[in-house]
Every structure is written in structure tokens, then in C-alpha cells.
Design a protein around this ligand. Structure first.
Ligand code: PEP
Ligand code: MG
Length: 902
């Protein structure tokens, strides 16, 4: 334990002083090294300089007061413990200086090894290593190389060239063939390179080396690549990194030394067992650099049984302690095992479920905790089709998995060509360097999008995710030449029309068509895989965790569906009702003609006859849905979109009429239509004549729908099923609108329902900000509210929902104005506040008011947690997202009632 901290701020912690909970302060690596130290595992002694010190340094450009003294004290204590001094010419202590932020940022920041070596201590190191001169000079040249590059920005290639030069002179390609004299010569060459670029000699003073290396690690927090990585991974920019100063152990002291990495379970499938790689006679960076081929970890058993057994024992202890999959880095120095790092390891979505299930079986965690270990995004990933890769398909490139799914198709390079080929029925992949708003049509037409530039928040990624299209972005091995209509990658040239396949989950790109495999998890949800009888660890784990989520959740999950088929599918996926049946589609297709008659009606009779013709069709639609949802509530929304959406486009109609007139044809009908379309044309249709406004303007329209709903419910009920209709009025902003519709609806319902026993609720959407702010009044007239968060977001932000995502959201994301589109995940502070106000004031006015949400947010994981917190009764989402919402609703319950506190 280090000496007296003389200042009140503690910036340095011995490993023995920390623990795994202190990640904010000590970074992930430092906190876990401390944890392992306290578990009594063999960790090379050292200390951690806190993220606070880094932040203070970055804010002021100098080390905070007291830091130098604290480092000195901890260094002295380390020297005492090791029985060696830093830079001692006879028996030197060497240390590594390693970055370690709260969240892992692989390869983004700096590390310097072998600090403490100089012209004199290199001799002492050789003696320490039993006269191994080669090793000592190799360590020294590594220090100059890393220190030069990292701390003093000497171009790394210069060192590489010098090394190549020595190998060439010696006639070898392998570093291991260089002897001590070669390496001594290389140290001289490196020193010259260092002096040439920095204008000074390589520092011989070990403490100066240490201070400069620490400073370089602090500064690497703001290196360009680290900043970009954080932006991409949504890691906050103000966390800073800790710095770990660790006594060196060497895996390159001969065949009885080595280094390796290991996972306590397979991070890809979750299967139990030991997974890892080992490289004899090497240091950690050799494994990462792939200089020599590693061997599977199991082979260590033959090479060094004692270390192997000890490692397995430690891995089991770590798993038991962390109660999770751990990944590990270790080094063996002359038969002595040292643990250099551990952390809870990253894993695939499938492994997350499988491992959570296994840990429950092993008694390490309970089911509540298992729910914590998985999430809806992972479940959604498992529900996409995947490529079958049992054949010999090798990726030619790997970019960023920007929008999940698997897609194959013919390569095109322009939006126009994508549209053309798609119109011919081809599946196409749009390939661009990066996309921009002009590519929108092509993106819509394409099966998938592949770009060579840009990350997860690039235009391509954001727009593709919004559309649910597969997208791989930033595949930078691709040289895309749009004018020449080709790209090259790894020696292959791909021209327009060639087929490629892209995996939007892994980011991998394949040449040719890779067959696609349906998701087993979807098969399970659909009922075609029985979890009790199938030998599939993933399906069994998903079943078990979903069952627990269902048992735990307070929120009900309904679906948005407006056909019998969708309703049936959603029910199999676990939907507990329909939260939104949009009736608009029921006015399309061959019913357009009836709608035109309705709109063009000049007399009450004409209008009523059109409505009378629509009534039986609507009734049949509702009967089908009520039958499928037997016993469950079905919220039917009265017609919402502007009527002109049901009419032909103005320009096209005008041209048709003009051409027909020119030909002298009888165009009275078309002219009337054109006049109606002109009359109804709106500059802002989303803010115009739609929803309840339409119902109030066109007599009989809502009445026809209400009658169809009530009659269908009675018919289905009389046939022995249970119909539970809930009629929902869209776009209400004032209670008077709702009262007017309701008065008429109640009369019709009373007349139709009679003594059939059918009960019909009447409620409203809350999707206009004014409705949210006057919810207390509106609740007087509504039996339920359903939040239309799509429109509430549109009108809350003033963002046209059809335009903005493709037009400029990518820029807002890039600038960090928001971290995720507010159409995708609820904006808690703004739009969410409107929801909260309406929920509170609505319930205050009518305590039994039923509350739900049916905007897209109903299936978004983070939003589900918000709706749970606000106290809604249910969320409603598209059929495919029902399982995700069930899982997240379960997780939200477990989080709030805190009963999982282990
Ligand atoms: C909404 O606005 O959130 C909603 C569900 O209605 P629509 O998307 O049909 O406008
Ligand atoms: Mg709406």
C-alpha cells in the first residue's frame, strides 16, 4: 500500500485499493485488475491513475497538483514490493503504461511497454533474464519504437523500415532470426530516427519516460480515432481514461514463456468450454498484430500442464465471481502464470440468451438477473433471417453492421438504376461511397445498401434503419468508382449487375448469392418449433426468458394490425389485443372507386349510396379481425389520412384530362374528379383535413364505420366468439370534437348492439400537443387514450415525419443534437413530457381511464421502459416487434421493483 497521500484529492490507487465497482474512477481495466488482485489471483503489481486525473489534465493542459507526488509514492511502494528499482542498471524494474477507459475502446488509445529501459539498464535486464542479451535488446528496441510512435509522434513506418532493412541484410523474414547484435544495431538505428524526428535524444531518465508515457495516454483520449469511435458507439466524450502502470512480465523469454487470450465460454454460440489462443515465446502485441500463428488454448495443456491447470482454475473462479462470461489476457513467464486483464466479455445476441440460461441452471444468477443480461435489440437481431454459411462463403470485406438483416442482389451504383432494375423485379444492392438525400428513391427500391464510408450514424445507416432495410456502411476495403460503375475489393472487380450479399448484422460482404436461412426464434414464436422437444439451446433459452418476462411484466402488449392475417400472426407472437387497427387500407384497391364516388357526391343521396356500398365491405373486414382476436380487445381507429390520398395525383390527372379533351373524348367524370382533387389540394396535408376533422366535414363517414364495427361485433358474438371493440377517434385536439363524434356514435351503437351483450368503448388518440395539454377535459369524454407518438413527435418537434429522416437527421445525429431519431425512440424530455402530462391529468379526471400507446415507439426497447414508468396499461406495436416489447416490458418491471437485487 502506498504512502501518505498528502493532498486531499486521491489520484492514484494501488491495485489492492480498488475493486470492480470503481470503473468510473479506475476504468474497466484498472477496476478489474484491482478485483483480481483482491481475489488473490496472480496479477503483476501496479497502480492506477484515475480518470479524474486525466480529466483535470485535459481541462488545464497540465498534471493536477499532487499527482506527481502521488505517483512517486506509489512507484516507491511498487519498487519495494518488487525488490527492484525503475531504471536500476543492475536489476531494473520495468513497467507498462496502459490506457483503460470505463467502456472498452479496443485499440483506440495508447500503451507503452518496457518503460524503465535505457542504455544501462538494458544490461541489467539481460542479467535478470539469465544472460539473455537478445531478449534485453529486443525489449529496448520495442520501447524506443512504441515510445517514439506513441509519445513523440515519430512515424511508425520509419521504425518498420529500419527493422525490415536489418532482416533483409540478414536474409530473413522472421524477427526471431535476429540475434542480440542485430537488435543492438537496431536500437542505434531507432535512436537516430527518434532524434531526427524529435530534435532530442531518446530520454534515458526512467521517471521522465514514465511521466511522458502517462501524459501520452491522457492525450490519446482526444485522438481523432478515439473521438470518432466514441461518437459511433455513443460513449460520452467527457469520461476520460485511467492509466494503469503495471510491472512488466515477459512472455518472450523462451519456449517456457508465452501469452494468450481466453473466453470462459464461446462468445459466438454461448457453448460451455474453454475458447482461446496461445502463442509461445511472444508478447501480447504479437498476438494482436498476427505476426505468428497462434495455437488453440487447449494445446497449452501439452506445453505447460501446470500453468494450464492453474488457468482453468482461475477461469472457473472468475466466472463464479463475476457470474458471467469473462474474457482474459494472460502471460506465462518461465512457467509462472500472470493475469493481465479480465472483463465481462462481449458476446453475440444468441450467446447472450444461451449464457443467461446456462447461468440460471448453474445457480449463478436468478431469472430476474437473466432478464437483465439480454435485451430487445438482441432479440430483434435473432428474428432477422440470416445467411446460411455452412458452405464455403468467405467475406471479401467487413464494414459496420448498420441495419440488420441479410440481403442479396445485383449491384447498382446509382439511385436511378436501382429504381429501374427493381421495377423489373430484380433484387438490387445499392453500392455507394456514401449516400445522400438524392439517393432516397434508390434506397427505397433496393434490397440492401452498401457503402464504403460512414459509420452507424451516416446518412445511409440512419435512413436504412428507418426503412428496416439491410445496410452495411463503412466497408472501407471497397474502392467504389461510381462513374465507371464498379468497385474493387481484395483483387476482385465487381461491375454493375454482379450479385453480392451483405449481412447487416455482422457487416460482412460476400461475392455471389448466399442462401438465406429463416430465424429459428421466429419459428419458435410462430409455434413451429417446440422448445420442450427441440435440441436447440438458443430456442430453449429464449423460451425460458420470455416466459419469465411475461410473468414479470405489468405492461400488456398489443399489436398494430389491420388484416386478419396480421392479427393472427401477432397473436401467435403473444399480442394481447389490437391497439391500432388503421382503417385506411380498407379504402384502397378495388374500393377506390367507391371512395371517389363518396368524395365526388353532389347530393346527399349520392353520398349515402356510396357509404351504403362501403358498409358491408367494412363490416366483413371487422368480422375477420374480431374472429381472429376472439376474447381480446380490438381498437379500431376511424379513418385518419387526408382524403386526397385516395384520389389520383393532381399532375397526372390534369395531363390525362388535357389529353382526353384534345382528342374530343367525353371527360365530364374526369373533370369533376380533377376539380375535386384541386379543391382538396393542401400545402400541408399532415396538418390539414384528416382524422376527426374529416369525420366532422363528411356527413355519415364516421357513422358508417361505427355501424360496421358494431354490427360486426354483434355478428361475431352471436356466432359464439367474444368481440371487444374499442372505437378510437384520431387527431382530436379539443374535447368538443370528441363529444360531437361520440354523441352520434353512441346512438348508433345503442341501436345496433341492443341486448347482444356486446360492449363498445369509445376513446381517442392523443397525438396533437393540444390534446395532451387539455387531457383532463378530454378524459371526461373518453374511456381510453392511446398515444399516437408518431404525430405527437411530428407536431411536438415540428418535424414533417415523411421528410426529415432522409433530409437532415443524419446531420443532427452527427452533431449530437440527438443521439437517436425521436421517431425511433421517444424523446423523453419533450414529447415524453407531453405523454406524462396527459397520462397524469387524464387519470386525475377519470381514474379508470385506460392508457396505451400505438405510435412506432410502442415497440422500441427504450421507449417501452419509459411507458412502463409513466404507468400506461399497454404498448402496441407491429406484429414482429411484439416479442421485443414483451421482453422489454418484463425487464422494465424487474428494474423498477428492484426485487432482483443480488
Ligand atoms: C401516431 O400518430 O402515432 C399513430 C399511431 O397514427 P398514424 O401513424 O397512423 O398517424
Ligand atoms: Mg397519427
Amino acid at each position: 500500500m502506498a504512502a501518505q497521500e498528502t493532498v486531499d484529492h486521491k489520484y492514484v490507487y494501488d491495485f489492492a485499493e480498488g475493486n470492480k465497482e470503481l470503473k468510473d474512477l479506475l476504468g474497466g481495466k484498472g477496476a478489474n485488475l484491482a478485483e483480481m488482485t483482491n481475489l488473490g489471483l496472480p496479477v503483476p503489481p501496479g497502480f492506477t491513475i484515475t480518470t479524474e486525473a486525466c480529466k483535470a489534465y485535459l481541462a488545464t493542459g497540465r498534471e493536477p497538483d499532487g499527482l506527481a507526488e502521488q505517483i512517486e509514492a506509489h512507484l516507491e511502494s511498487l519498487e519495494r514490493e518488487m525488490g527492484r528499482r525503475l531504471g536500476d542498471p543492475d536489476d531494473p524494474l520495468l513497467v507498462s503504461v496502459r490506457s483503460g477507459a470505463k467502456f472498452s475502446m479496443p485499440g483506440m488509445m495508447e500503451t507503452v511497454l518496457n518503460v524503465g529501459l535505457n542504455d544501462r539498464s538494458v544490461v541489467g535486464l539481460s542479467a535478470q533474464a539469465g544472460g539473455n542479451d537478445r531478449f534485453a535488446w529486443d525489449s529496448y528496441r520495442r520501447l524506443i519504437q512504441m515510445f517514439g510512435k506513441t509519445v513523440c509522434e515519430v512515424p511508425g513506418e520509419e521504425f518498420e523500415h529500419a527493422l525490415d532493412e536489418v532482416k533483409r541484410a540478414k536474409g530473413t523474414k522472421n524477427d526471431l532470426d535476429l540475434d542480440a547484435d542485430d537488435l543492438r544495431g537496431l536500437v542505434d538505428a531507432y535512436k537516430k530516427i527518434f532524434a531526427k524526428h524529435t530534435g532530442r535524444e531518446f530520454p534515458q531518465e526512467p521517471r521522465e519516460q514514465l511521466d511522458l508515457a502517462i501524459r501520452a495516454v491522457f492525450e490519446s483520449w482526444n485522438a481523432e480515432r478515439a473521438v470518432l469511435y466514441r461518437r459511433q458507439e455513443r460513449i460520452p466524450a467527457d469520461l476520460g481514461t485511467a492509466v494503469n502502470v503495471v510491472s512488466m512480465v515477459f512472455g518472450n523469454l523462451g519456449p517456457d514463456s508465452g501469452t494468450g487470450v481466453a473466453f470462459t465460454r464461446d462468445p459466438a454460440s454461448g457453448a460451455q468450454g474453454i475458447y482461446g489462443d496461445y502463442l509461445a515465446n511472444a508478447q501480447g502485441e504479437d498476438v494482436v498484430a498476427g505476426i505468428r500463428n497462434t495455437v488453440p488454448l487447449q494445446e497449452l495443456e501439452q506445453l505447460d500442464k501446470k500453468s494450464y491447470d492453474e488457468l482453468l482454475d482461475i477461469m472457473a473462479r472468475l466466472e463464479g465471481h463475476y457470474r458471467d462470461l469473462c474474457d482474459i489476457e494472460f502471460t506465462i513467464e518461465r512457467g509462472k502464470l500472470w493475469m493481465l486483464q479480465t472483463r465481462v466479455g462481449k458476446r453475440t445476441a444468441a450467446a447472450a440468451f444461451v449464457i443467461a440460461g446456462q447461468l440460471v441452471d448453474e445457480g449463478l444468477i436468478d431469472l430476474d438477473e437473466a432478464l437483465h443480461r439480454v435485451n430487445g435489440a438482441q432479440l430483434a437481431q435473432l428474428m432477422f433471417p440470416r445467411f446460411r454459411l455452412d458452405h464455403d462463403f468467405q467475406p471479401v470485406a467487413k464494414g459496420i453492421g448498420a441495419s440488420p438483416g441479410a440481403a442479396s442482389g445485383k449491384v447498382v451504383f446509382t439511385s436511378a438504376r436501382a429504381v429501374e432494375l427493381a421495377a423489373e423485379g430484380e433484387s438490387v444492392i445499392l453500392v455507394r461511397r456514401e449516400t445522400n438525400p438524392d439517393d432516397l428513391n434508390g434506397m427505397i427500391a433496393a434490397q440492401g445498401i452498401l457503402t464504403s464510408r460512414g459509420g452507424k450514424t451516416s446518412h445511409a445507416a440512419v435512413v436504412a434503419r428507418g426503412m428496416g432495410k439491410t445496410c452495411v456502411s463503412g466497408a472501407d476495403e471497397l474502392e467504389v468508382d461510381v462513374p465507371a460503375k464498379r468497385f474493387t475489393v481484395g483483387g476482385h472487380t465487381v461491375v454493375e449487375g454482379d450479385v453480392v450479399s451483405i449481412d447487416g448484422t455482422t457487416g460482412k460482404v460476400y461475392l455471389g448469392e448466399v442462401p438465406v436461412m429463416p430465424s429459428e426464434v421466429v419459428q419458435y414464436f410462430e409455434g413451429s418449433l417446440d422448445p420442450e422437444h427441440v435440441d436447440n439451446a438458443l430456442v430453449r433459452a429464449v423460451h425460458r426468458i420470455m416466459t419469465h418476462a411475461d410473468a414479470r411484466r405489468r405492461l400488456l402488449v398489443r399489436t398494430n394490425a389491420d388484416t386478419g392475417a396480421d392479427a393472427a400472426r401477432a397473436r401467435r407472437f403473444g399480442a394481447e389485443g389490437i391497439g391500432l387497427c388503421r382503417t385506411e387500407h380498407m379504402f384502397l384497391g378495388d374500393r377506390r372507386e367507391l371512395v371517389e364516388r363518396l368524395i365526388l357526391a353532389r347530393t346527399d343521396d349520392e353520398r349515402e349510396s356510396a357509404l351504403a356500398a362501403l358498409l358491408p365491405l367494412q363490416r366483413a373486414d371487422f368480422e375477420e379481425i374480431f374472429r381472429e382476436m376472439d376474447g381480446l380487445p380490438v381498437t379500431v381507429r376511424l379513418i385518419d389520412p387526408p382524403l386526397h390520398e385516395f384520389l389520383p395525383p393532381l399532375e397526372q390527372l390534369a395531363v390525362n384530362v388535357a389529353v382526353a379533351q384534345e382528342r374530343g373524348e367525353d371527360v365530364a367524370q374526369e373533370e369533376a374528379l380533377l376539380a375535386a382533387v384541386r379543391r382538396m389540394h393542401e400545402e400541408n396535408p399532415m396538418l390539414g383535413l384528416r382524422g376527426v376533422r374529416l369525420g366532422l366535414v363528411i356527413p355519415g363517414l364516421f357513422a358508417m364505420q361505427v355501424r360496421a364495427i358494431a354490427e360486426a361485433a354483434v355478428t361475431v358474438t352471436r356466432a359464439g366468439a367474444v368481440a371487444r371493440p374499442e372505437i378510437m377517434v384520431p387527431l382530436v385536439g379539443a374535447v368538443q370534437e370528441l363529444e360531437t363524434v361520440r354523441a352520434e356514435a353512441e346512438k348508433i351503437i345503442a341501436e345496433v348492439v341492443g341486448d347482444s351483450g356486446v360492449e363498445v368503448l369509445i376513446g381517442t388518440m392523443i397525438e396533437v400537443p393540444r390534446a395532451a395539454l387539455t387531457a383532463g377535459q378530454i378524459a371526461e369524454a373518453a374511456q381510453f387514450f392511446s398515444f399516437g407518438t408518431n404525430d405527437l413527435t411530428q407536431m411536438g418537434w415540428g418535424f414533417s415525419r415523411d421528410d426529415v429522416e432522409g433530409a437532415f437527421f443524419w446531420r443532427y445525429l452527427e452533431l449530437g443534437i440527438f443521439g437517436i431519431s425521436p421517431f425511433e425512440s421517444i424523446d423523453r424530455e419533450g414529447v415524453g413530457r407531453l405523454v406524462r402530462i396527459a397520462a397524469e391529468e387524464g387519470r386525475a379526471a377519470r381514474p379508470e381511464l385506460k392508457l396505451g400507446v400505438c405510435g412506432e415507439h410502442g415497440g422500441d426497447p427504450d421507449s417501452v421502459h419509459f411507458f412502463h414508468e409513466v404507468g400506461l396499461d399497454y404498448v402496441s406495436c407491429s406484429p414482429f416487434r411484439v416479442p421485443v416489447a414483451r421482453l422489454e416490458a418484463g425487464r422494465a418491471s424487474v428494474e423498477t421493483d428492484g426485487s432482483d437485487s443480488r
